[in-house]
Write a protein that binds this ligand. Structure first.
Ligand code: PRP
Length: 193
């Protein structure tokens, strides 16, 4: 295992672990209140929402968000990969599907970042076809300047107004930096040309 400290590749911290924690607690409280409200929860059987973590990026956010929701919920995982690399922009591939059915259930999709919107658009289409009672989306980061398809997001942690490429707290560059406890910007030297 390489002993290089990943922190040494970070140019600046955009959102500290403390800022993420505080914002996640706020989101958890809001989500909990919204889903406890009978006007919003539409699962006719009164079942709790299913919170869906979109792997792999949303893993850390999901783990902290789940612990910030003090009311009943179930959770499940889906894994998708996007190829926004210029050769096939907007192509999203399903790696691992949900374990359980979502028909008639309130579904909350948890993302680390909404960038072009292709991943979320793909997920919504797929979930809509399974006839859930409702679908909402919570993302830690929203990057509206990069949007290519229109998607609605219900809960946003932080909005990025510039086009910086961010890593950490689940987000990667070439598979690395997901395990940073904060969100930061890479030094130019750490990015391959
Ligand atoms: C990232 C991120 C989102 C998606 C957002 O996932 O986790 O799911 O991209 O980008 P978009 O709005 O342009 O579609 P990625 O496909 O890189 O896989 P990962 O979660 O394993 O990092």
């Amino acid at each position: 295992m390489s002993s290089k400290l990943i922190e040494s590749d970070i140019e600046s911290v955009l959102f500290s672990a403390e800022e993420i924690e505080a914002r996640t607690r706020e989101l958890g409280a809001r989500i909990s209140a919204d889903y406890s409200d009978a006007r919003i929860t539409r699962d006719v059987a009164g079942r709790p929402p299913i919170v869906v973590c979109v792997l792999r990026g949303a893993l850390l956010f999901m783990a902290d968000l789940a612990r910030s929701i003090p009311t009943q919920m179930e959770y499940d995982f889906i894994c998708v990969a996007s190829y926004g690399n210029g050769t096939s922009p907007g192509v999203v591939r399903l790696i691992k599907d949900l374990e359980g059915p979502i028909r008639g259930r309130d579904v909350l999709i948890v993302e680390d970042i909404v960038d072009t919107g292709h991943t979320l658009s793909y997920l919504r289409r797929g979930f809509d076809a399974r006839d859930p009672a409702s679908i909402r989306v919570c993302t830690l980061l929203d990057k509206p300047p990069r949007r290519e398809v229109e998607v609605s997001v219900d809960y946003v942690g932080f909005t990025l107004t510039s086009n910086e490429f961010v890593v950490g707290y689940g987000m990667d560059y070439r598979g690395l930096y997901r395990n940073l406890p904060y969100i930061g910007v890479l030094r130019p030297e750490a990015i391959d040309a």
